[in-house]
Design a protein around this ligand. Structure first.
Ligand code: SF4
Length: 469
């Protein structure tokens, strides 16, 4: 395994622009940053305007069917642009690209480049081929033993928060999931590389780091000495100047006691854990190949709540998995009721070609899936509201990210927020408050804020005091 440093810009490079459209998960958002980083070494600047861009790149996700359809729609919308400016290059990368490769290039004649996540370090060669008039499909996967992790360039992460990939791929093969096929086998980034990256980010002003992986707590398998994810958390959390550490996504079967107990021990480990359960019936969990039972899962929650009673917990749920009976679904409702998650991401099952579950009859009718989805969501909405209510009148510690965004005002149906700043609590809830200093001066600072108002998805409060810098 090697770390690849960001490419130094050649002295004489033509100035070109790239517009990146990102679908899907945090991993994709992170990959898009790395793509921009590599392209910067080739003279590309990012532009918010696809119409004027020399390269438009769609970073795709195939975990669910909708994002896959979305990419075909986006390509159709970009077609007239490409016809108007034939010099513009159009690329698709990420999971859909990995899955369909040459096929996608054949189906979409106005597309120039298709490449999978493992091929990001090869962008200089692929761009050269495009410049020579070629069309390129590159979907080979790296050997996990020799995986080329891209090192984050601190200057490409301008804000106070940053993501750092610690594992890529997944060895678990849950029966519904496409990740092992499009992201390949699990590989762990070596500890010395990770520590160097986080130190670099902190030196550049980053205060909060989120460690990323499809199964982040599998980190260490295959590395010399077989270190555990808990070792990584202890090492990274001790880096001076790092105020907050988060990680996502954890697998319940790999959530070891030692890791859960760290929530009670490491002061900068943020009290938030996303632990996808997927279903509340052992029979369904078994068919999903999840590798744990409901009792094991609930035991994980109990353990982490014992270590850190105020921790915020969130989960993922799939309804309508093949063979899911009404009784199975009610077991999911019972689990959601018992677990009292702060938040939940829920989806109706849709088969992903190539997975084990796609070979089984998709036998829960779509209207029934919709009913189950609405039921579980309304149960969770009520629980989320009661979990949010606990913040009223409390003081929370907020890492300020910048001025409050209009999108929040629209979503929450509330008044003007000009002059307010926003950040997140350790429990990952957006918090807004009026700052006594301009937003650009407080970006990256920690504040104690008293919560006056609890909204559906965010909090509004009054500044109590700034943390000394
Ligand atoms: S743990 Fe399962 S659901 Fe998660 S990425 Fe791996 S195969 Fe997919």
């Amino acid at each position: 395994m090697i770390g690849t440093s960001p490419t130094d810009p050649p002295s004489e490079v033509p100035s070109r622009t790239v517009h990146v459209i990102t679908h899907g998960c945090q991993m994709n958002v992170h990959d898009s940053r790395r793509i921009v980083q590599v392209l910067a070494g080739l003279g590309y600047r990012e532009t918010p305007d696809p119409a004027g861009a020399d390269l438009v790149l769609i970073n795709t996700c195939s975990v669910r069917a909708r994002p896959e359809n979305k990419v075909l729609g986006t390509l159709a919308r970009l077609r007239p642009l490409k016809e108007f400016r034939p010099g513009m290059r159009l690329a698709v990368c990420g999971c859909v690209a990995q899955q369909h490769g040459q096929d996608l290039l054949d189906r979409v004649p106005w597309l120039d480049l298709v490449f999978g996540p493992d091929r990001i370090p090869d962008l200089p060669r692929m761009i050269r081929e495009l410049d020579e008039g070629g069309r390129v499909a590159a979907t080979g996967m790296d050997d996990p033993e020799d995986y080329r992790f891209l090192e984050v360039d601190p200057s490409s992460e301008p804000g106070p928060t940053a993501f750092v990939t610690v594992t890529k791929g997944c060895n678990r093969f849950c029966s519904y999931c496409i990740v092992p096929f499009v992201r390949g086998r699990e590989a762990s980034k070596p500890l010395d590389l990770l520590v160097r990256e986080v130190r670099g980010l902190v030196a550049a002003g980053v205060r909060e780091v989120t460690l990323l992986g499809q199964n982040v707590n599998a980190w260490g398998r295959g590395l010399p000495g077989d270190p555990r994810f808990a070792d990584l958390l202890e090492t990274v959390s001790a880096i001076p100047g790092l105020r907050r550490l988060r990680f996502v996504t954890s697998h319940p079967a790999d959530a070891e006691d030692r890791m859960l107990d760290l929530f009670g021990r490491l002061p900068n480990l943020a009290p938030y854990l996303h632990l996808p359960v997927q279903a509340g019936s052992d029979a369904v969990l078994q068919r999903m190949h999840r590798g744990y039972t409901v009792a094991h899962y609930l035991g994980r929650l109990e353990r982490v709540r014992r270590a850190c009673p105020d921790i915020a917990l969130s989960t993922d749920v799939i309804v309508g998995f093949p063979g899911e009976t009404r009784e199975d679904f009610e077991a999911t409702l019972a689990l959601v009721q018992e677990a009292r998650f702060d938040g939940m991401f829920s989806f109706a099952y849709s088969p992903r070609p190539g997975t084990a579950a796609a070979r089984w009859p998709d036998d829960v009718p779509a209207p029934e899936k919709a009913v189950r989805l609405a039921e579980v969501q309304s149960l969770q909405d009520a629980i989320s509201a009661s979990r949010m209510a606990r913040y009223r009148g409390r003081e929370v510690e907020v890492l300020v990210e910048g001025p409050s965004r209009d999108a929040t005002r629209v979503r929450e149906g509330i008044g003007d927020r000009r002059g307010e700043v926003q950040g997140r609590s350790g429990t990952n809830v957006p918090v807004h408050f009026r700052s006594d200093l301009p937003a650009d001066q407080v970006r990256g600072r920690m504040a104690r804020v008293r919560v006056d108002e609890v909204l559906a998805h965010s909090l509004r409060g009054t500044l109590v005091q700034w943390e000394e810098t």
